[in-house]
Ligand binder design. Sequence first.
Ligand code: MCA
Ligand code: AMP
Length: 496
Amino acid sequence: MPELPLIGRARQHANNVAFRSVMTSHTYQQLLDRSATLAAALLGEADDLNEARVALLVAPGPEYVASQWAIWRAGGIKVPICLSATEPEWEYSLTDSGASAVMADAPMAAKIAPLCQRLSVRLVNVDSIAAATTKVLPEISPDRRAMILYTSGTTSKPKGVVTTHANIQAQIESLVTAWEWSAADRIPLFLPLHHIHGIINVTSCALWSGATIEPFAKFDAASILDRVRADAYTLFMAVPTIYVKLIQSLEAASPADRAAFVAGFKKMRLMVSGSAALPASVHEQWTALTGQKLLERYGMTEIGMALSNPFHGERRPGAVGVPLPGVEVRLKTEAGKIITGEDEPGEIQVRGPGVFRAYWNRPEASAESFDDGWFRTGDMAVIERGYYRIMGRLSVDIIKSGGYKLSALEIEAALLEHPDIRECAVLGLPDDTWGEAVTAVVVLKSDATLELPALREWCKGRLSVYKIPHRLRVLPELPRNAMGKVTKPAVRALCS
Ligand code: MCA
Ligand code: AMP
C-alpha cells in the first residue's frame, strides 16, 4: 500500500519552501525528514501506533506540521489542543480522547508537564528530539481515523469530531479545486491550529499544493500589515472579526501607510472570510477600502467546507454561495419536507466524502446528528437567486464569538461555581467586532454585588479567554415559562 497521499504530494514539492519567516525557511523535504524522525521517536519499539491518540501542543510553524505528519505516519490519531486553554480544559481533552501521549514544544511542554504527570500521560518534548533516526513506518489506509477536533455544541462539554485520512483529503481537494490553489501561492497563517479553518483551509491546502506559509504566533494587525505592504501574499483567509480589526487599522493609518497596505491587499488573488457571518456592511467596507471582493464561505468542523461564493463570478455580500465540489447540500423543514425551491427556509444538511465519521465515544450523539445519511448542521438557510443565505442557528445555546464556537451551557456551568451567583443564563448578543459577545445574565445571592472586571478576573484559569463573558447583566430574577424553565428568548429580549 502506498504512503499517505499528503506525504506523496509533499515529495513532489520537495524543494519548494513550505514555511518562511523573517529569519528562516523550511523546504518540504525538511518537513518530511523531520516528521520521519519524530515518527520514529513516537513509535519507539512499536511498529504502529494503531490509532493511539496523541495530543498536539506545538506553536504554529514547521514543527507543528512535522509533528502532525509524524503522528499520522506512525499510525496515530492527532488531537490538536488549544495553546491558550486552561488546565481543566486540557485535562478534559486528554481524558475524553484517552490520549496516550502529548507532543509539545519546549515552552508548552513546561506548562503541561504537571498535568501529564498527574494523568500518567507520556510527554514528548519535540525540541529535545534532535538526532535523525530512521525506522520503517507503517502503511496507513485512507479509512483509518486521523484526527479528533473538539467542538462545542448543544452539550455542556465539547465533543470530539473524528475524521479519517480520506475525509481530510476530500476536504482539502474540494477547496484546492474551487479556489484554484497552486504552488505559487503564499499565505499568512495567524489562525489557531486546533480548528479546521487554520488546519485544513490554510495549512493543509497550502501544503497539498506546494505553496508557502508564513506563520505568526497569533493575529497581530501591525505585523501582518507590514508583510502585506511588502506583497508577501497571494492569498488571505480570516474570520470576520479579523477583517473588522484590519478595517480599524487601515482607518487609523496615515494616508501614505494606508495606500501601501491597500496596494498589497489589491494584488492578492483571493481573500476569503468564514467561520461566522460576515456582515454585508463589513464586506462592502472592505471592497470600498481595498478594491477586493471578499469570498465568503460556510463550513463546520464536522463537514469541512460546504458552501462557497464562486472564485470566478458574483461574490454576493450576505450570501455563502453554492455547494463546493464533491459536497451535497439540502435544506429540510422542521416538518420533514425537503425544500426544492427558493425562498423557503430549512435546516442545512450535508453529505459527501468530507463528512466526519462520528463523535468520539458518543454513539447516541453521532446517530442523532445524521438524518438518513445526511449530517444535520443545526444551521438554517434559504436559497435566494441561486445562492444560499445563512439565517442563524437552531440552538440558542451555541455562540459564535471571534470565529470561535462556544457552548452557552459550558460557560453557565462554570459561572454557577462563582460564590455570588445563584442563577445564570449565557447568551451571544450582537457585537460589531466579535460578531456575538458572550453575555452573562446573572441572579446574585442575597446582598452580593458583582462587577464585570471582577467576574472576568475570577473566570481566568477556569475558561479560555474567548469564553470569558464580555458583558454582564444582573437581574433580580430570570424569566421562566409555565414549566419553570428559563426562557432564553425572553432573557435576550430583556437585554436588548
Ligand atoms: C478575545 N477577547 C475577546 C474575545 N476574544 N473579547 C470578547 N470576545 C471575544 N471573543 C479579548 C481578550 O479578553 C483580550 O482582552 C483582548 O480581546 C485581546 O485578546 P486576544 O486573545 O489577544 O485577542 P485577539 O488576538 O485580538 O483575538 C481575536 C482573534 C481570535 C484573532 C479574532 O479570536 C482568533 O484567532 N479567532 C479565530 C478563531 C478561529 O480560527 N475560528 C475558526 C473555527 P483584554 O485586552 O481586556 O485582556 S473553525 C470554524 O469555525 C468552521 C469550521 C469554519 O467555518 O471555519
Ligand atoms: P465550528 O463548529 O467551529 O466548525 O463552527 C461551525 C459553525 O460556524 C457553523 O455551524 C455556522 O454556525 C458557523 N459558520 C461558519 N461559517 C459561516 C458563515 N459564513 N456564515 C455564518 N455562519 C457560519
